[in-house]
Design a protein around this ligand. Structure first.
Ligand code: FES
Length: 119
């Protein structure tokens, strides 16, 4: 389902979906090598953030996106996470979730996965 190509030497570049697969202001969950990642679209910008809330392991991609504050909210208890750095900006979560670099090429979305996370 996903196509893999080599990006930078320390990153694996993985196609996850097309920009048009994600409506503006929404998120879609993808899985790369057992790692669940929420792909979030705000206008023409795409973000990739670990899908698992750091508070109690609920899926962030099922929560609402704030396109003004550039955050996604966990639907379970309401913690909001920055889509830019993964840090929680509201309680009850206190620990960050990972974020990944994203590239867009010809309408396709690629996530750059650090090679060190492969093994
Ligand atoms: S599970 Fe996400 S805030 Fe509690």
């Amino acid at each position: 389902m996903v196509a893999e190509t080599k990006g930078h030497s320390s990153e694996k570049k993985v196609r996850v979906l097309a920009v048009d697969d994600v409506p503006d202001g929404e998120a879609r969950r993808v899985t790369i090598e057992d790692q669940k990642i929420a792909i979030v679209r705000i206008h023409d910008q795409m973000y990739a953030i670990g899908d698992m809330c750091s508070h109690a392991k609920y899926s962030l991609s099922e929560g609402p996106v704030d396109t003004t504050d550039v955050t996604i909210e966990c639907w379970k208890h309401g913690a909001q996470f920055s889509l830019c750095d993964g840090k929680p900006v509201s309680l009850p979560a206190t620990q960050p979730v990972p974020v990944f670099n994203v590239e867009i090429d010809k309408g396709e979305v690629y996530v750059l996965i650090p090679e060190s996370q492969d093994s």
